[in-house]
Design a protein around this ligand. Sequence first.
Ligand SMILES: NC(=O)c1ccc[n+]([C@@H]2O[C@H](COP(=O)([O-])OP(=O)(O)OC[C@H]3O[C@@H](n4cnc5c(N)ncnc54)[C@H](O)[C@@H]3O)[C@@H](O)[C@H]2O)c1
Ligand SMILES: O=C(O)C(=O)C[C@@H](O)[C@H](O)[C@H](O)COP(=O)(O)O
Ligand SMILES: [Zn+2]
Length: 369
Amino acid sequence: MDDIVSVNLGARSYEVCIGTGLLARAEAQIAPLLRRPRVAVVTDETVGPLHLDALRAGLGQIEMVSLTLPAGESTKSWPHFTRTVEWLLEQKVERKDIVIAFGGGVIGDLVGFAASVLRRGVRFVQIPTTLLAQVDSSVGGKTGINSVVGKNLIGAFHQPTRVLADIDLLGTLAPRDFLAGYGEVAKYGLLGSASFFDWLERNGPALAQGDTALRQEAVRRSVQMKADIVERDETEEGDRALLNLGHTFGHALESATGYSDRLLHGEGVSIGCALAFELSQRLGLCAQEAPSRVRAHLRAMGMKTDLSDIAGDLPDADGLVALMAQDKKVLDGKLRFILARGIGQAFVTSEVPADTLKTLLQDALASRA
Ligand SMILES: NC(=O)c1ccc[n+]([C@@H]2O[C@H](COP(=O)([O-])OP(=O)(O)OC[C@H]3O[C@@H](n4cnc5c(N)ncnc54)[C@H](O)[C@@H]3O)[C@@H](O)[C@H]2O)c1
Ligand SMILES: O=C(O)C(=O)C[C@@H](O)[C@H](O)[C@H](O)COP(=O)(O)O
Ligand SMILES: [Zn+2]
């Protein structure tokens, strides 16, 4: 049975439909949103060959045109953004049409941003195909691309009109990409729900092995937590920053590794969560057991948790702090972090002494030697 999570944002409200066999039912889900029976779909070179025919079939009487972009984080960049916008214009996508983002977080972020500027804004539907995109990036309306200066620095808030999360699509994911998405799943437990983290400790291995019911439950609980936060604070004036747990570290590491497959986003989040809990403990905010438990679970799942898990050179501690200085949470020139008083008890603070941060990073870098 499908789960429906509503994201209540007044005129920008929408539903996230989570279930199996959704692609085959795409026509029924999307036709009511359309003024004319035509959609423009953007996907990537991995997802396209695997699933585009099934989407076309599922769309039934709805005509579909499609653009296929290269797979991977480097696609979230100006050249592919420009290409996507120009292609949508060539296809004569109108103000009342719908664009479909059919892929992982890279496609979702890029296509959502393209939709936000096309003819000053057209609607888009997210059909997320990775665990990460189903639990996180397809919901909440953050869209954008990377800059050489930093991660996600160019973009817009643009909410989707509907999200269709088909759990079956996760069956073709490479194990590494599945686990990267698990980094964001674990994040939800760590930031706001000790009971969800307990549940993940018990069910994470079976979920990774492919249990569909557990996957659907993990997606539903994650999306519900995200929807609750986004409803309170759509444009990140306050509480929404909680969803950034682990990201100040993670984004700096992604930037340091050139947005390459040396480090996937969800892997950076996993390492970043471990560092955020370690920092919390060093500042006396949480007990020693908390960071140990975080690392133990992520480790048990086969996740990256340490800087030594990243191959190749990294900047020194000052270099990493300089990369963090581009974070969008910086206020009056001061970094803000998401720290925790325990598992499920995260909060936002700018009170992190520079020397504690530097020592933490130096120690983490030393573990690579
Ligand atoms: N907007 C947000 O709120 C938000 C939240 C979290 C992450 N993000 C962004 O999301 C991006 C990461 O997303 P991601 O992890 O989905 O990466 P991704 O989109 O690069 O997908 C990962 C890999 O999986 C492949 N893939 C996708 N679906 C597949 C399937 N069903 N079967 C087989 N292969 C498949 C892709 O081709 C790609 O190679 C980052 O850019 C991150 O910044 C955005
Ligand atoms: O939706 C949010 O808010 C998040 O922070 C979710 C994050 O997982 C995601 O990676 C987001 O793109 C990061 O946002 P940013 O504003 O730090 O770029
Ligand atoms: Zn993220």
